[in-house]
Design a protein. Structure first.
Length: 222
C-alpha cells in the first residue's frame, strides 16, 4: 500500500466515525475491527470518549479488542485518567473485555469510588475481570464500601461484581450487615441472598432485605 492509499484509508475511517449517521459510524467501527490496523487505535479510543450511541460504543470496544493488547492497553490506561467521565468509563469497559491483567494496578480505589456512577460501575466490572489471585479479599473490602450507593441499576451492578468474587466476600459483607445506615445493611443483605440463591433475582433479594431491616428496626424500637 502506498503512502497516499494509507492517507486515504485514514481519512475514510475518520470521516466514517464522525459521520452524523449512527449506522455509518457502526459500520465503520465494524470494518476497522474486521481488518485490524494499529493506525486506527488512537482514533478508536478517542471516539469512545465522545460517541453518544451505546451500540456504536460497544462496536468501538469490540474493534479495540481485535488489536494487540500491547498496543491498546497503554492507550486505555492513559484514558482512564481523563477528566471526561465517558472516556474513563469506556476505557475501563474495554479493559475488562481485553482481560489483560497487567492493567490491574491502574484500577485504583479512586476509580472504584468515582463520583460518576457509570465510571464506578465500569471500574467494578474491570476490577473483577482483572483481579489477580490473592487480591480478591482486598477488592471485596474496597467494593463493599460502595454498598447502598445509587439507584437500583447501580446497586445491581455492585452486587453482581461482588458475587463474581465468590464466597471470599462473606466476611466483609456480613460486617456491612451491621452498618448504621439501613440502606447499606439492606444492600448487603440482598447481595448475600443473591449469592446464596442466584436464581432468585435481585428484586426478590431486595424485598427480602427490606423486610429483614424493617424487622430489625421494629425489634430495636420494641
Amino acid at each position: 500500500m502506498t503512502m497516499s492509499e494509507q492517507d486515504t484509508d485514514t481519512i475514510r475511517v475518520l470521516q466514517g466515525l464522525e459521520n452524523s449517521s449512527a449506522s455509518v459510524r457502526l459500520r465503520t467501527a465494524l470494518a476497522v475491527g474486521t481488518t485490524p490496523d494499529p493506525r486506527f487505535i488512537d482514533t478508536l479510543v478517542e471516539r469512545c470518549a465522545i460517541e453518544p450511541e451505546f451500540h456504536v460504543r460497544e462496536m468501538l470496544t469490540w474493534a479495540l479488542t481485535r488489536h494487540p493488547p500491547s498496543m491498546t492497553v497503554p492507550e486505555l490506561l492513559h484514558e482512564i485518567r481523563s477528566e471526561r467521565a465517558q472516556a474513563r468509563s469506556q476505557a475501563l469497559h474495554t479493559l475488562s473485555k481485553i482481560g489483560d491483567r497487567r492493567a490491574w494496578p491502574a484500577i485504583t480505589r479512586s476509580l472504584l469510588t468515582d463520583a460518576d456512577d457509570e465510571v464506578a460501575r465500569s471500574a467494578w466490572r474491570a476490577a473483577v475481570a482483572l483481579v489477580p489471585e490473592g487480591e480478591e479479599h482486598a477488592l471485596a473490602g474496597a467494593l463493599t464500601t460502595q454498598l447502598g450507593r445509587g439507584e437500583r441499576e447501580t446497586q445491581l451492578s455492585l452486587s453482581r461484581a461482588l458475587i463474581a468474587l465468590g464466597e471470599v466476600i462473606l466476611p466483609t459483607l456480613r460486617a456491612a450487615m451491621t452498618h448504621p445506615r439501613p440502606h447499606v445493611r439492606q444492600h448487603a443483605i440482598a447481595t448475600e441472598r443473591l449469592l446464596r440463591d442466584p436464581d432468585a433475582g435481585f428484586e426478590w433479594a431486595v424485598e427480602e432485605a427490606k423486610r429483614v431491616v424493617a424487622l430489625e428496626g421494629a425489634g430495636r424500637e420494641g
